[in-house]
Design a protein around this ligand. Sequence first.
Ligand code: XMP
Length: 515
Amino acid sequence: MEAIAVLDFGSQYSQLITRRVREMQVYCELFPWDAPAETVQAIHPCGYILSGGPNSAYDPGAPFVPPYVLESGLPILGICYGMQALTHALGGVVAPSTEREYGLMDVTVTAQNPLLPYGTQPVWMSHGDRIERAPDGFVSLAQSANSPIAAMGNLAQKRYGLQFHPEVRHTPGGMEILRHFVMEICEAVPDWTPGSIIHQAVERIQKQVGDQPVLSAVSGGVDSSVATALVFKAIGKQLSAVFVDTGMLRHQERESVEEAFKRNLNMPLVTVDAVDRYLAALKGVTDPETKRRTIGELFIRIFEEEARRLGSPKFLVQGTIYPDVVESAAPDRAKGMRIKSHHNVGGLPKTMDFALVEPLRYLFKDEVRAVGEALGLPAELVWRQPFPGPGLAVRCLGEVNAERLARLRAADHILTGELAAAGLLRMKPDASGTAQAFAVLLPVQSVGVMGDQRTYQEAVALRAVTTDDFMTADWARLPHDLLARIANRIVNEVAGVNRVVYDITSKPPSTIEWE
Ligand code: XMP
């Protein structure tokens, strides 16, 4: 397999580079810039990309281009700081720029080359330092108003530098530039397809677990479902998959999960009906944190019971995906930025000693979905919006009981049904649609009038957001007519609700969920 290695110098866009390369069906992995040479070389790179980063190449202790990269003779593309570090390493001169270039700028390509198309194009700049003198053997390929060397290259050695970011969508021609580097300059073979991903994962899983029994907790979410389906493909009946019905699930969610596994994959799935236990545990609980803790603790208890019943398997399937791995391994950048806390209800029982099987560890979300579809999971499941581990409990503000859950479930079903019918239950390339949309039941009663009757009932809030990464989000600008229809239907069809409001706060300062 041909692969591209990205060395991470700390830019917030490093992961994006990796994604873009994978979009070309070429395997690509992100490594800290100072990862051991053997680790990086293990993926057999056919080219290196050096990411941007916050440092100045002359800072004491600044990250540098590792010698094994320069000695490899393979093509190199330095982006922003990566270009400066490359320049510094090869004897060119980097100078602090008096003006910081930030935002959209025009660059004009001044020399024929295989990386950049001739002409002027807008690109996304974000840098302080700039190249004063390119290293020997390099020529300037493009210039901007502030930098005579906005791109440089040593065509014979296939080494290039870009002062701007081709990986961000703000650079309209960026993907084409990356494609030139990966496909033409590195001559990578696009063999990273769902089929090859599955093939490799199956081999890896079989090698890891041998003939040992393996346990999996299915939540109905995309990641745990695809991970479970992959492990099942690899080891069949050695896998026991457990699905806990907490009673905090959405409309017909249990049925659709059971159907997906039993009918579509022909896989045995053990459903534990724990609805009454959850309702009992949550009785009288209104504090959000206590709700989460109660649900998390009960999940662990039930899971332990099931594991014991199944002969205490030593291996556990986890749906960890690549962005989770990268975030926890990244250099400085990630430390200040980990806003999202990991509050999965499927948190591991600390007292149980499992070895983890993580078949999605190297996959981005879109790859997980493609693999899920290739494995035969239904599109509704594979394209599901994220759903929090504690489920409807954190959307049922105030006390959680069967009656209020039914009310919330019905309202949520109307909202998502209408969005699906309008084609807005997914994010679209033009950023319309929704990344997450759901109803929240508020423990607030207000006065209404139905027929000639005064009513005094609860309110439902609709939450619908657009986002790429769920760390920040904006409220979705849904069509007014659609909102009107949803509100109308909820008030008419859901007993106990006489008012619907639309949440128009972004994250931050709000969060996506209400609790
Ligand atoms: P917030 O509300 O923090 O949510 O803006 C960001 C994303 O995380 C999801 N979320 C959770 N996921 N367990 C989960 O597995 C949880 O306890 C949890 N709380 C929030 C939320 O749905 C959104 O996608």
